[in-house]
Write a protein that binds this ligand. Structure first.
Ligand code: KIV
Ligand code: ZN
Length: 514
C-alpha cells in the first residue's frame, strides 16, 4: 500500500501573484472547476483579505467546489484570518492557510519582530483559524533561509496550537535538492510532535529547481506538494503541478506514494490557465508543451514506430493529448457546439450565455472553416459573462497598409454609452491601430509586452495576442484572439485598458505584513 501524496494547487493564489496574471472571479471559478475535474486535493483559491474582489472570488469558488478542499490564505493577523474564515463559510471542505516569516532577514527587515514575537503571532493565528475549521495549514515564510533550530521551535508550537499541515516554503527559490530533502528529514526527526501533522513543501523556481526540490522533499517524507499549473507563480514561478505529478507516477518504482489525480485532465487545465492569464506555454515545456511528445528526429520516429517505449516514457494520451479531436465547422449545430464545450469543461449557466457564445462561434466559423478545441478555449476567454461587460469596446477598425507608405489606422470605440473615433499613423498596421486606440483611451501606460501566437496551424489560424501594460507598477495582461492579428491586437489592448481601469486594487500578501 502506497502513501497518499496530497496535491495542493495554488494557481489561483501564488500563480495569480505573477505580474499580469490576475483573474476575474468567473475565470477563477472556471479554473477551479477544471482543477476539481483533475482531482487535486486542495485548491488555494486566493487571499481573501487582499481586496473585496479576492474575497468574492474565494467565496465563489468555495460555493461551487465539492470534491476538493478549498483553501484561503491569511497572514498571521486576526483580521486576515476572520476574512478567510468568512469567505470559506460555504465550502463543503475548507482550509485556512496562515503564514509568517521566520528567516532572520525577514524577521528583522520586514516584520521588525523578535523571534519570540513571531512564535506568539504564529500560535495565535493558528488558534484563531481553528475556530473556523479543523483543517489549518501553517507556513514559516522563507523557511529555505531560516535557521533549523528556530523552525523546530515554531513548528512544534503551531502543532500544539492545532496546525494540521506544516508547509515548508522555499520562498525565494534558494534551496538545492539534497539539502532541502535533508531539511525535511531533519524537521520530521527533531520536532517531538511532528507525527501529528502532514509535512508539505512549496518551492519557487528561481534556480530552476522547484520540481527537483519538491521531489527531494517527497523522498524525505513530505506528503503534500504545493504547485501550480504550467509552473505559474511569482518571478520564475512555482513547482509545476504536471511535472511533479507525472514524475511521481512515471517513477513509481522510486516513490513510495501516489496521487489521486486524473492525469488525462492535465492538458485541458494547462490550456485553460494559459488562455485566461495570457502566459503562453513554451513548446519544449515538459508534459504540456506542444513538442513534449513530438518525435522529429528520424531515428526517434523509427524507434517509436517499432515500439513506443523506445523513446517514450509516458503516453501522450495519459496527460490529455489526443490525436482525434473533434473539429467543428460552420455547419455544426448548437448541440454539437454545446456538447464539445461541456467536454472541454465549460458549463453554460444560462441559455443566454449559450446563445451569446454560439453566436460568436458562428461568426468565427464563417471566417475559419475548421474550429479546433484551442479556438473554443480562446472564444470562451474573450466573452465575459455575468455583468462583467467591458466598459470600452471595439466597434470598428480600418487600417491602410501599403508598401512604401506609412500605415494609417482609424478606430471607433464605444466608451460607456458614447462612440468615439480616433486615427493615427504608425510603423506598421498594429502600431498605427494601437496608437489610434490610445488617442481615445489615454491609458498612458508602458507597453511591457506584446506577443502573438497562432492558436492552431495554417494561415487562417486565429492569432492570440497578449498585451501587457504597466502603469506606475500596476501590471495587467490583455488578451485578444481573431483571424486578423490587427483586430486581435486591438482587442488585447482594449482588454488590458479595461483591466487597468477596474477598481479592484489588491494588497500583496507578502509585502504588506504584520
Ligand atoms: O512562497 C511563499 O512563501 C508563499 C507563502 C505565502 C506560503 O507563497
Ligand atoms: Zn509562494
Amino acid at each position: 500500500m502506497k502513501d497518499k501524496l496530497i496535491i495542493f494547487d495554488t494557481t489561483l493564489r501564488d500563480g495569480e501573484q505573477s505580474p499580469g496574471a490576475s483573474m476575474t472571479r468567473d475565470e477563477k471559478v472556471r479554473i477551479a472547476k477544471a482543477l476539481e475535474r483533475l482531482k487535486v486535493d486542495v485548491i488555494e483559491a486566493g487571499f481573501p483579505a487582499a481586496s473585496p474582489g479576492d474575497f468574492e472570488s474565494v467565496q465563489a469558488v468555495a460555493s461551487v467546489i465539492k470534491d476538493s478542499t478549498v483553501c484561503g490564505l491569511a497572514r498571521a493577523l486576526d483580521k486576515d484570518i476572520d476574512r478567510a474564515g468568512e469567505a470559506l463559510k460555504l465550502a463543503k471542505s475548507s482550509r485556512i492557510h496562515t503564514f509568517i516569516a521566520t528567516s532572520p532577514i525577514h524577521m528583522q527587515m520586514k516584520l521588525q519582530m523578535t523571534p519570540e514575537q513571531v512564535i506568539e503571532h504564529a500560535v495565535r493565528a493558528v488558534k484563531r483559524a481553528r475556530q473556523y475549521t479543523d483543517d489549518v495549514e501553517f507556513s514559516p515564510e522563507d523557511a529555505g533561509r531560516s535557521e533549523e533550530d528556530f523552525l523546530c521551535r515554531v513548528l512544534e508550537a503551531v502543532i500544539d496550537a492545532g496546525a494540521t499541515t506544516l508547509n515548508i516554503p522555499d520562498t525565494v527559490g534558494y534551496s538545492i535538492p539534497q539539502q532541502f530533502g535533508a531539511t525535511i528529514a531533519n524537521l520530521r526527526a527533531r520536532i517531538p510532535n511532528s507525527d501529528k501533522a502532514i509535512f508539505s513543501v512549496h518551492c519557487h523556481n528561481d534556480l530552476g529547481l522547484a520540481v527537483a526540490n519538491s521531489l527531494a522533499a517527497v523522498m524525505n517524507g513530505a506528503r503534500q506538494v504545493e504547485c501550480t499549473i504550467n509552473g505559474l507563480g511569482e518571478r520564475a514561478g512555482n513547482a509545476s503541478l504536471e511535472e511533479v505529478v507525472m514524475a511521481i507516477r512515471t517513477r513509481h518504482d522510486i516513490f513510495s506514494c501516489e496521487t489521486r489525480l486524473d492525469t488525462r485532465e492535465i492538458l485541458t487545465c494547462s490550456k485553460l490557465v494559459s488562455s485566461i492569464t495570457g502566459f503562453p506555454v513554451q513548446p519544449n515545456k515538459a508534459i504540456v508543451g506542444a513538442n513534449a511528445f513530438a518525435h522529429e528526429a528520424g531515428i526517434h520516429q523509427d524507434g517509436i514506430l517499432k515500439s513506443r517505449e523506445t523513446y517514450e516514457i509516458m503516453r501522450a494520451e495519459d496527460v490529455g493529448w489526443t490525436a482525434n479531436r473533434m473539429v467543428l465547422g460552420k455547419h455544426s449545430g448548437r448541440n454539437a457546439f454545446k456538447s464539445r464545450m461541456t467536454e472541454l469543461g465549460f458549463d453554460f449557466s444560462s441559455e443566454e450565455d449559450l446563445n451569446k457564445t454560439f453566436a460568436r462561434f458562428k461568426i468565427l466559423a464563417d471566417k475559419k472553416h475548421e474550429i479546433f478545441d484551442e479556438d473554443l478555449q480562446a472564444l470562451i476567454s474573450e466573452i465575459s459573462f455575468h455583468g462583467e461587460e467591458e466598459n470600452i469596446k471595439l466597434v470598428a477598425l480600418k487600417v491602410c497598409s501599403e508598401m512604401g507608405e506609412t500605415p494609417f489606422s482609424t478606430v471607433t470605440l464605444r466608451v460607456g454609452n458614447e462612440e468615439i473615433t480616433g486615427s493615427a499613423y504608425g510603423s506598421g498596421a498594429v502600431d498605427a491601430s494601437l496608437k489610434a486606440i490610445e488617442s481615445i483611451v489615454k491609458a498612458d501606460a508602458i507597453l511591457a509586452l506584446y506577443s502573438v501566437n497562432n492558436i492552431t496551424n495554417g494561415t487562417d489560424a486565429q492569432g492570440d495576442v497578449t498585451v501587457r501594460l504597466d502603469k506606475a507598477g500596476r501590471i495587467v495582461n490583455g488578451l485578444g484572439a481573431d483571424t486578423d492579428i490587427v483586430i486581435a491586437s486591438a482587442k488585447a489592448y482594449i482588454n488590458a485598458v479595461n483591466k487597468l481601469n477596474s477598481a479592484d486594487q489588491r494588497c500583496h500578501p507578502q509585502k504588506a505584513d504584520v
